[in-house]
Design a binder for this molecule. Structure first.
Ligand SMILES: [Zn+2]
Length: 739
């Protein structure tokens, strides 16, 4: 089917206003059925017949009539990305009930309304908008929310872009890139980057938007839309679905964005979805009209993966360097997400195994890092650590507890003795995702046991430097430090502050054939191909210090020493760092400079430390604001002054900061995931001299500040200004003291 949007010859906006309310499909089912069965319904039906103006029509029918896409957005607010784009491309609305931004397709903004005859689109040129139809109820909620946001920080009254003419019809793939470069408002850096992309694509034989080379997500689709006006959408703005099996969607790279009784609006990266239709029909299903909606393939696959894990497994991650593998002798617990969606944990007929699968599934899909299984009064309680806090995810009668514990111990090949401390592992697969689970059993009073499980999510475990949210300054420091052929890199922070993730990312950034990397760890949390990893082993006398000395014989260039917890290990690390090795290690200290004084108090000679130390880094994790529901607020004057005194801002803030709200995506907590704050003190000649001279802490701090080192607290404020977290979160760090 030929679907047209802004190029529609019969402009839907020129049609007479449709004076009808749109009600949900389910509400309408009574009207569709042949005979009303009770009087009330009969009244309603006859009333509808007498007064056609009041009759509701279905969202999908109205959409079909106007050649638009019907959409049910999974959340009732406009995404932060859409709001930002609106501010960039639009002006304040000139009438009531403007179209509301609900998402973006790369540089295009998706606008939604319940009534296609409304015309106020905030002055955003039609060709830069993808317009969709919403239920009235959803429109109203989003519109009210948006009104509040705009009141805080109004848009300008006028918009120079408004008169922008759509690209002339018939442009080819290369010409549309040129048109975009000339007409779309871009920052200098963006323009430069896009210019490079154009030259990289020059001369390429581009037949379809998927042929562009090096384009960021959604960009190819956006250009396709500018050329043709065909339906397009962003898969990130779709809800979950249960109609099609995930494997089938994944195989064909499609995802349903809207399913009605007669048609399916199907996200695809090619208008030909026949292969998918064929396979669907061959499975014995009735034919149904498919309307292809163009979308970015990678984003479609991410939507399938997300549907598979219902929210938590948000990204199809691809680890390029450092392929990860499961060790062969580990038990694999296979959990089927589709089956899990059907489990009702309160159902007394569940088998213990079903329940355990559900609990594991629940813990992982809520982004849990640990799972605790324990007796609590007369219940068996399951708690998951989610974004740092424990949350009860299930509880049931304590009589079940021994069965559960026995099952977990079976998975991990543990003996069934009650009164010993045990450590073991098993692995589970949830859809395509594989997760290693480290289990420890601890005896408790009255013959009870408590199990603690830590999920070692291998796909999330190894990050690229670019995923660490580093500032330009930090990124330069790391690149320069990791390029050194000798020196000591210290990372400090409490347990659970993300030190391991950071260190693995540092190592992985130089993981090449020409460099010999060795680690000594306790435990080995992630296995990385290309890196030689050794586990400490108290029984065989391998601790950090002896292990490190043994490793030196294996001619390493770079070494990771899991922890320098005693003077002997610290000295061995420093000696290695002074004799032609780059050594990375962790230490318990509150900040980057106290790490220095800690080592000296452990008995390390200041002149040796100052010679060896390349970088000292302190790290904390704070909760990340949910990007879907965070709300902009103007930063109070007092806070702005505080930021100003700390050198975080130089003038009155134009941009809002954000406060937490709550939605489906974040389990109503307002936060998803965490942001690492990194205080980085690189040691140059002058800093080294101060350390070697035994300068007092106050002087070291002054010296560091003069070199642009920001404290953890200041790094936190930067994240608040950037809209990634809240002051509430940063203040939890304040007892560590501002630098
Ligand atoms: Zn949220």
């Amino acid at each position: 089917m030929e679907s047209e949007n802004y190029r529609n010859t019969e402009d839907p906006l020129s049609e007479p206003p449709v004076k009808v309310g749109i009600e949900s499909a389910s509400r309408m089912q009574g009207l569709d059925s042949e005979l009303p069965i009770n009087e009330e319904a009969a009244d309603e039906v006859s009333a509808a017949r007498v007064e056609p103006a009041r009759m509701a029509i279905k969202l999908e029918e109205l959409a079909e009539r106007h050649g638009m896409m019907p959409v049910r957005v999974p959340r009732n607010s406009c995404s932060a990305a859409a709001e930002n784009l609106l501010r960039k491309l639009g002006r304040s609305p000139k009438g009531p009930e403007p179209w509301v931004p609900i998402g973006t397709v790369g540089p295009l903004i998706i606008l939604g309304h319940y009534n296609p005859s409304f015309t106020e689109t905030w002055g955003v040129p039609a060709c830069l908008t993808v317009r969709v139809l919403l239920e009235q109820g959803q429109y109203t909620v989003i519109q009210e929310d948006l009104e509040k946001r705009v009141a805080y920080n109004p848009l300008p009254e006028s918009n120079a872009l408004e008169s922008l003419e759509p690209p002339p019809a018939g442009l080819d793939h290369h010409e549309i890139m040129e048109w975009f470069a000339t007409n779309y408002p871009m920052e200098e850096i963006e323009a430069e980057k896009f210019g490079r992309l154009i030259s990289e694509n020059t001369g390429l034989d581009i037949e379809r938007f998927t042929d562009y080379k090096g384009f960021p997500r959604h960009m190819g689709v956006a250009l396709h839309y500018l050329r043709t006006g065909e339906f397009c959408f962003n898969p990130e703005e779709t809800g979950s679905q249960e109609v099609f099996p995930d494997q089938l969607l994944e195989k064909h790279g499609v995802y349903p964005m809207f399913i009605s009784e007669t048609r399916i609006y199907m996200l695809a990266s090619s208008p030909a979805v026949y292969a998918f239709e064929d396979e669907w029909l061959s499975m014995g299903h009735d034919p149904i009209e498919m309307v292809p909606v163009m979308a970015d393939l990678e984003a479609i696959l991410a939507a399938v993966a997300r549907n598979r894990g219902k929210g938590a497994l948000a990204q199809v991650s691809n680890v390029e360097v450092g392929e990860l593998s499961l060790s062969d002798n580990t038990n694999l617990v296979d959990i089927d997400p589709i089956e899990m969606a059907r489990v009702n944990p309160q159902n007394p007929n569940n088998t213990p195994e079903q329940l355990i699968h559900w609990i594991l599934y629940r813990a992982v899909t809520s982004r849990g890092s640990d799972l605790h299984v324990e007796k609590y009064f007369n219940t068996a309680r399951f708690r998951a650590r989610i974004d740092g806090s424990l949350k009860v995810i299930h509880s049931c009668s304590e009589e079940m507890l021994p069965r559960f514990i026995a099952l977990f111990k079976n998975y991990s090949n543990m003996g069934h003795a009650h009164q010993t401390l045990q450590d073991a592992r098993f692995a589970m697969s949830i859809g395509k995702k594989r997760i290693d689970v480290r289990v420890s059993a601890v005896p408790c009073r009255k013959e009870n046991q408590k199990l603690t499980m830590r999920f070692l999510d291998k796909q999330d475990g190894i990050k690229e430097l670019s995923e660490l949210n580093l500032s330009q300054r930090q990124s330069t420091i790391i690149t320069q430090t990791m390029a050194r052929d000798q020196g000591l890199v210290l990372v400090t922070g409490p347990t659970g502050s993300g030190k391991t993730t950071t260190l693995y990312a540092f190592l992985n950034s130089i993981n090449e054939d020409t460099i010999n990397i060795h680690t000594i760890e306790d435990p080995i949390e992630y296995e990385i191909e290309g890196i030689n990893q050794t586990q400490t082993d108290a029984f065989n006398g391998i601790d950090f210090a002896t292990g490190l000395r043994a490793l030196l014989r294996a001619d390493p260039d770079v070494m990771l020493v899991g922890e320098s917890r005693d003077a002997e290990t610290a000295m061995a690390s420093i000696n290695a760092a002074l004799t032609g090795h780059l050594v990375l290690t962790t230490l318990h200290a509150n900040d980057s400079l106290r790490a220095v004084s800690r080592l000296i108090s452990m008995g390390v000679e200041p002149y040796l430390l100052s010679d060896a130390l390349a970088l000292s880094q302190a790290q904390r994790l704070v909760k990340r604001l949910c990007p879907y529901c965070k709300r902009p607020v103007q930063a109070p004057q007092e806070l702005q002054e505080f930021f100003y005194r700390n050198g975080i801002i130089k003038a009155q803030m134009q941009e809002p900061i954000y406060e937490k709200s709550g939605c489906d995506e974040c389990n109503e907590t307002g936060y998803t995931g965490r942001v690492a704050l990194m205080e980085m003190t690189p040691v140059d000649d002058q800093m080294a001299e101060m350390i070697s001279d035994g300068a007092p802490m106050s002087e070291l701090r002054k010296g560091a500040a003069a070199r642009g080192v920001l404290s953890l607290y200041q790094e936190g404020m930067i994240q608040v200004v950037a809209g990634n977290t809240t002051m509430e979160e940063i203040q939890r760090l304040s007892h560590f003291g501002a630098m």
